[in-house]
Design a protein around this ligand. Structure first.
Ligand code: C5P
Length: 221
């Protein structure tokens, strides 16, 4: 049957790399909902559109086309915005600094949630984000809520950025993660919350393989 695994949690907990590995282990499709909010943010930045201006939001959504494609060389999933590969651009600090503001906008969430629900119609899906277990797939068979202390999250994120050639001060990353958590948790529209039926996993002291194995085991139980 159709199985949906929802992975939510704070910024930089390793949700996406974990979700990707869980999907691979189970033969499921992985969908990165955060990449969609990031692509929307890049689109608004590129066209100087303000997420707090309703006319701009309408204009931005009308001209926004997001898709995912597998890179044939690396077999990795990459994000496309209006036909262009934006996988690297959406991970930059420039986008990270604006994405939570864009993600507060009701109309933007409505469109992206609808797209996420359409993508989830395939059987066997692992999706990560902030509102997957609460709003996108409230009936998900398995809900995981990932946490990790800020220090651990910031150090991991700094390494990820460095691997992509972006050198960012640790304090700047900490500020960005904490600020996104604050905005994501306090927004009116679909705030980040741990639903009562979600299994909480604190990854601060877990190895990557350990946390993947734990979720795979829960999925098979
Ligand atoms: O998962 P990632 O860190 O790439 O998400 C970037 C931002 O997108 C989050 O900080 C949040 O503001 C927004 N987001 C959201 N709902 C989701 C996924 C991401 O609001 N389901």
């Amino acid at each position: 049957g159709k199985i949906v695994i929802a992975i939510d949690g704070y910024s930089g907990c390793g949700k996406s790399s974990t979700a990707k590995a869980v999907a691979k282990a189970l033969g499921f499709t992985y969908i990165d909902s955060g990449a969609m909010y990031r692509a929307a943010t890049l689109h608004f930045l590129n066209h100087f559109l303000s997420p707090s201006n309703p006319n701009d939001v309408e204009k931005g959504l009308k001209s926004l086309e997001i898709s995912f494609q597998i890179n044939p060389d690396t077999q990795k999933q990459e994000t496309y915005l209006n036909g262009l590969n934006v996988e690297d651009q959406i991970r930059t600090m420039k986008v990270s600094e604006r994405v939570s503001e864009v993600a507060t906008v009701k109309q933007i969430r409505k469109e992206l949630v609808a797209k996420q629900q359409r993508l989830g119609k395939r059987k066997g899906v692992v999706m990560d984000g902030r509102d997957i277990g609460s709003v996108v797939f409230p009936d998900a068979e398995l809900k995981v809520f990932m946490t990790a202390d800020l220090e651990t999250r910031a150090a991991r994120r700094q390494q990820e950025l460095l691997d992509k050639g972006e050198m960012v001060d640790l304090e700047e990353i900490k500020t960005n993660l904490a600020e996104r958590d604050r905005i994501d948790s306090s927004r009116v529209e679909s705030p980040l919350i741990k639903t009562p039926d979600a299994v909480e996993i604190d990854t601060s002291n877990l190895t990557f393989d350990g946390q993947v194995a734990q979720i795979v085991q829960l999925a098979k139980a």
